[in-house]
Write a protein that binds this ligand. Sequence first.
Ligand SMILES: [Zn+2]
Length: 473
Amino acid sequence: MPLKLSPSLLSSFIITIIFFSEPISSSISSDDPVWRTIEEFSGYPTHPTSASLPSPSFSVDTETLQNQIDELATFSDVPAPAVTRVLYSDKDVLARSYIKKLMEKAGLSIREDAVGNIFGRWNGKDTSLAAVATGSHIDAIPFSGKYDGVVGVLGALEAINVLKRSGFQPRRSLEVIMFTSEEPTRFGISCLGSRLMAGIEELADALKGTVDGQNISFFDAAKSAGYNLNHEDLKNVFVKKDHYSAFIELHIEQGPILEEEGLPIGIVTAIAAPASIKVEFEGNGGHAGAVLMPARNDAGLAAAELALAVEKHVLESGSIDTVGTVGIIELHPGAINSIPSKSHIEIDTRDIDEKRRNNVVEKVHQSAVSIAEKRRVRLSKFQIINQDPPALSAESIIRAMTIAAEKLNLSHKLMISRAYHDSLFMARISPMGMIFIPCNKGYSHKPEEYASMEDIANGVKVLALTLAKLSVD
Ligand SMILES: [Zn+2]
């Protein structure tokens, strides 16, 4: 194989050889940092002298990573092992400065946007090229665990550290992103930071009127956390489509499949498309004893009937991939001896097939209308909060992740993410991929959430190798 390559392309060439299993050329120096990195990561004897290379100062620093995960979990409004860390709360602010401190320690240049998405960048050899990004979130719903999102932020920082320790030099810049508010806890909007980055104008407009459960506006809450922004600043959060050449998120599976099948790595091919709906019915209410059954228009029963209709329409789709959940039913006035005069229900439905999911939403709407008519209540609200398209992982990233896992001798499977993540929105502005690692019994969003350090370290290695590969592409 001729080696008429410019020096700047040499790194790319070497990685290409390793990734695509070309025969090894003895004219490549074993001192090349990219070379050494890949050899050390993969444990794959790709070079005649690899066996004699000093061993592995390149491995994942599991002790430090575990300490960081534990320390981050202490920024919580509830005692361990549970974690509660809600957007712009005091604990969120402390956790943010902890992340920035770690980014600084890793030698990254830090930038924060108007809503507090945090970016730590390692400049590549060619800063004119679009960067390769990775990251996740650190906010935690009430009484959840310490791994959801966190593994994809602290793990990403460790992946960068692993590459740095190895002497690797990226050609494209590498960037770690900590997204603001992946969880919808405070303002009812999930993936707030990444949605804004994806340039969703409707969200920027909606935030003007958004308040939390305590009637604190989004802007006041942000201000209390040190983000003094106005509506115009939200547009500056938008990121252009060619800003990143790739985005990869490392995450716990939040389901039981990898653990059950004894697989250390899941390679996500698609993220299911979520939709959420708020519905309200209004009736006359009345005394639970005095108003006889024929005279009632019970808003509570309308909600109950709609909840069952959601299940029916989901099952009618005939696909195991269609799911629907009614997680909230609130009745007003909420007294045992009062016929509900108002009901509020929230519906979540998802599918990997957008058309099928939209069909469920449409049928739920038809049911809400007919239930209101039949029960003589008013359908005072049928609001589709979000109806997002599914996201497909980029072929090129699936390939890079797969080869990385193979080089590391880690068994893996292609799978669908049924939970959604910041990656769903990053996919709108960048080629996207996700790496899953197993978690104990699939538990998530509760204190029992757990991922072993061995599994986390495997995920970090696959991430590091994938970043290395994509950064020289
Ligand atoms: Zn998450």
